[in-house]
Design a protein around this ligand. Sequence first.
Ligand code: 6CS
Length: 316
Amino acid sequence: VTWRFALEEIEGSVQHAYAEALKESIEELSDGKILLDIFPYGSLGTSAQLTELAKNGSVNLAFASPGHLADQIPEVGVFTLHYLLSDDGEVNRQLLASPELMAMFETPYASRNLKLLAFVPEGWMAWTANKPLRTPADFEGLRIRTMTSDMAAATYRAYGAKPSQTPYSQVYSDLQLRQIDAQTNPIFAIEEMNFYEVQSTLTDARPAQFISSLVTNGDWYKALPAKQQQWLDSALAEVAEVSWKTQEELNQTRLESMLEAGDIKVVRLTESERAAFAEASKPVHQDYMDATGERGSEILKRIRQLVETLESRAQT
Ligand code: 6CS
């Protein structure tokens, strides 16, 4: 059989590297009985459209980033909150791979007939604009593009910005035509989508990890023959390990190549500058709890606890 896998990113991206690794793994495990057909961004539609295709079974696997998906599954908007996860990448990796965390999202995804297969961290979010963004005051009136959910925009609104919630494919031209002033994405994406060509400054603020989720149609997954389900589960476990390394490498090498080309200036925020943003973003953590009720509040509380536990373990 052939399974279709839809990506929210173009060839050469973190999602593409993940898909290639999954393809190799599952084709090998199944001895060629399962083939993976990969559809990079552009061919099938926007992120929101890909989620619909996954729900109705037109594709079997799809990436659905919380920054878009939170409009349908508010709980997953927790990953759009700023200064919640650890500064220690390894802690975040462990957190996102934790079966306990995955289990907390099972019901919210299932209520949309989606099955959550994995959270995939893709690197730190950065901000690009035509000026450095060192303080929340620098965001006053700034037209910044965020992902399409209201939750992805909320923190920027709290900083005083005027967010514009548009599909990924529209960002470059909106920057070029000055419909927007700024955007936020991980470094590898800023390079491969050429945003650095139309922005002068990259502010490295590390407010959050860019996290995506890998989803499938719940009924399709349940109906899979046991062997196929096992192959899929094993392949996902195999790929989780390599994908973390891949994103680190891609983010690093693309930063270097942008710096070498000299098209964009990089401003790294100090800890106290980051702390001012953390403070300004705090009310949005409360907004998240108000919007998601008991279940979301429990998720937020547990993530904070897990980060703390994993961080103290990392120090010993
Ligand atoms: O900004 C976005 O909309 C997109 N950014 C990345 C890095 N991946 C997918 C997402 O849709």
